[in-house]
Design a protein around this ligand. Structure first.
Ligand code: UDX
Ligand code: UDX
Length: 454
C-alpha cells in the first residue's frame, strides 16, 4: 500500500521506516530540510537503537521529502505525527497539527485516503482534525472530484529506545474510526504485523513467544481514550511503587524486595513497578496532564491521576532531600549526576528528572557535574544554561566529589568498575536514583550507599 508520514520525530520515523520494511511504499515528509537531508543519506536524526539498520533494510521502499505535494497524492494512508508541545497554560499546542492537516488537505487526490492522527492530542481531536481537513479541502480551487477521506486514530505504544521492537512485535494494535472503510484499510496495512508473517529484520529476531497480535478495532473516541488510559495507568503504577517506597524507607523495609513480591502476583505484574526518581519523557507527563484537563471540561475530577503526578514531582525533590540528609549542607558541595536522558537508550531529555535535580542542587549552591553517555550534544543545544556543568569523562564526575547520583540506569553505568572510582571521591556517598545497584556490593567497595526509597 502507499503510505505518507508527516513528521519524522520518534513516532513518525519509526512508523514510516517500519511500514516500509514490511513492504509498503512510504514517503516521509518533514518541513526540516536538514533532517530530510540526513535521512536521505541513511543517517538517523534521533538516537534509537537499530533505526539506521532498519533504514538501510527498508531503503528501497522509502522516500524522504519536504514537499507535501510529493508525499500525499496517491497515499492510501497518511499518518500525521508532528509534535504537540505543551503551551504555556499546559494545554497542548495544536498549531503544528492544524497546519499539517491543512497541508494534507491541499494535496489529497486519491479516491479514498485514511488520515491517521498519530500525534498525542486531547480526546476529541480526531473530529477536530476531520473538521480542518474538510474545511481546507472545501476551499481548494483545484479540488479534484471523487476524492474521499476519513480520519482514524491509531495510538502508538512504542517506548523510546525500544521503538522498533514495540512496533514490529507489539502487545496489541488499536485502531479507531467512525468510518468502517478506514478500519478495513488499516486492518490491511497492519496484516503483516497482526499475523506476524514478515521476515524479521536481521538484527531483531522475532521473540520466541510471539503470536498473532490482537487487533482492537473500535470507534474514534475509544481508541483515543485507550492511549491516555494506558499511559496514565503505567505512570500511576510507577508512582504507586514510589509512594510505597517512601513508606518502606520509614518502616525499614526494602522496596526492591517489596515490589518483587508484589510483581510476582500475575494480576499485578512486575513491569513498570521499578521505584526511583520517577517517570519523565514526552508522554507520561503530558498525557496525565491532558487527561486531567479533558476530564475537567466535563466537570470530572481525576484524583488518582492527579495523585500519580504529585507523587512523581515529589520524587525528584526527595532525591535532593536524601543528599541533604547525608551531606547536611549542600552549598559548595560537588555532586555528580550520572545520566541525563529521561531513561536509558535514548538521547531524549524531555521532562527528564536529571534537569529538576540539577537545577535544584544548583539553586542550593552545590557545584554539579553532569554526565551522559549519549545525550550530551542534545543537552548542550537544549539546556545551554546547564551546559557549563557538563563533565566530559566519568573520572571528572567522581574526582573530589561529595556525592554521586545515579539518575539514569544506562548499561555503561551498571557495568562501571565501581571499585576504581570510590577512591577518587572526597566522601563516597552514592545515591541510587533507580534502585538498580547492589547495595551490599557497593558498601563492600566502600561507598555510603543510599537509595531514593527504602
Ligand atoms: C510524538 C508525538 O508527535 C507527540 O504528540 C507525542 O506526545 C510524542 O511522540 P515526536 O515523534 O517525538 O513526538 O515528535 P518530534 O520529535 O517533535 O517530531 C515531530 C517532527 O515533525 C519534527 O521532525 C518536525 O520537524 C516535523 N514537523 C512538524 C513537520 O514536518 N511539519 C510540521 O508542520 C510540524
Ligand atoms: C511511554 C509508554 O511506555 C509508551 O507505551 C507510550 O506510548 C509512550 O510513552 P516512553 O516515554 O518512551 O514510553 O518510556 P517508558 O519506557 O514508558 O518510560 C517512561 C518513564 O518511566 C521513564 O522516565 C522511565 O525511567 C520511568 N520508569 C519506567 C520508571 O521509573 N519505572 C519503571 O518501572 C518503568
Amino acid at each position: 500500500m502507499k503510505v505518507c508520514v508527516v513528521g519524522t520525530g520518534y513516532v513518525g520515523l519509526t512508523t514510516g521506516v517500519s511500514l516500509a520494511f514490511l513492504g509498503h511504499e512510504v514517503t516521509c515528509v518533514d518541513l526540516d530540510q536538514a533532517k530530510v537531508d540526513m535521512l536521505r543519506g541513511g543517517k538517523c536524526p534521533i538516537y534509537e537503537p537499530g533505526m539506521e539498520d532498519l533504514l538501510a533494510e527498508a531503503a528501497s521502499n522509502l522516500t524522504f521529502t519536504t514537499s507535501y505535494s510529493e508525499a500525499v497524492p496517491g497515499a492510501d494512508v497518511v499518518f500525521v505525527a508532528v509534535q504537540t508541545p505543551s503551551a504555556a497554560d499546559g494545554s497542548p499546542d495544536l498549531r503544528y497539527l492544524s497546519s499539517a492537516a491543512e497541508s494534507v488537505a491541499h494535496a489529497l487526490n486519491h479516491d479514498f485516503t485514511v488520515v491517521v492522527n498519530k500525534s498525542t492530542v486531547p480526546i476529541g481531536s480526531g473530529n477536530w482534525v476531520d473538521a480542518i481537513l474538510r474545511e481546507s479541502f472545501a476551499t481548494r480551487e483545484d479540488r479534484p472530484a471523487g476524492v474521499e477521506f476519513a480520519v482514524a486514530s491509531n495510538p502508538e505504544f512504542l517506548r523510546e529506545g525500544n521503538a522498533i521492537a514495540d512496533t514490529l512485535y507489539p502487545d496489541r494494535i488499536v485502531i479507531g474510526s467512525d468510518n468502517p472503510r478506514s478500519l478495513e484499510v488499516l486492518n490491511r496495512l497492519y496484516r503483516p504485523i497482526i499475523n506476524q508473517t514478515f521476515t524479521p529484520p536481521t538484527f531483531l529476531p522475532r521473540p520466541e513467544d510471539a503470536t498473532a497480535v490482537p487487533l482492537v478495532s473500535t470507534d474514534l473516541a475509544s481508541a483515543e481514550l485507550i492511549k491516555y488510559a494506558a499511559n496514565a495507568f503505567l505512570a500511576l503504577k510507577i508512582s504507586y511503587a514510589n509512594e510505597i517506597g517512601q513508606l518502606a524507607a520509614k518502616v525499614g523495609a526494602d522496596i526492591t524486595e517489596v515490589v518483587r513480591g508484589m510483581g510476582l502476583d500475575q494480576r499485578i505484574g512486575s513491569r513498570f513497578l521499578q521505584p526511583g526518581v520517577g517517570w519523565g519523557g514526552s508522554c507520561f507527563g503530558k498525557d496525565t496532564k491532558a487527561l486531567v484537563a479533558t476530564a475537567a471540561e466535563y466537570n470530572l475530577e481525576m484524583p488518582i491521576v492527579r495523585a500519580a503526578r504529585e507523587v512523581n514531582t515529589r520524587q525528584r525533590a526527595v532525591a535532593v532531600e536524601r543528599l541533604q540528609d547525608e551531606l547536611r549542607i549542600l552549598k559548595g558541595r560537588k555532586i555528580g549526576l550520572l545520566g541525563l536522558a529521561f531513561k536509558p537508550n535514548t538521547d531524549d531529555l524531555r521532562d527528564a528528572a536529571s534537569l529538576d535535580i540539577a537545577k535544584s542542587l544548583i539553586a542550593r549552591g552545590a557545584r554539579v557535574k553532569l554526565h551522559d553517555p549519549v545525550a550530551t550534544e542534545r543537552f548542550k543545544a537544549e539546556q545551554p544554561e546547564l551546559a557549563p556543568y557538563l563533565a566530559s569523562t566519568i573520572d571528572e564526575v567522581f574526582a573530589d566529589c561529595d556525592a554521586v547520583v545515579l539518575v539514569t540506569e544506562w548499561a555503561q553505568y551498571l557495568e562501571l568498575d565501581w571499585s576504581k572510582f570510590v577512591g577518587l571521591m572526597r566522601t563516597p556517598i552514592l545515591l541510587d536514583g533507580r534502585h538498580v545497584l547492589d547495595p551490599d556490593r557497593m558498601r563492600r567497595l566502600g561507598y555510603r550507599y543510599v537509595a531514593v526509597s527504602g
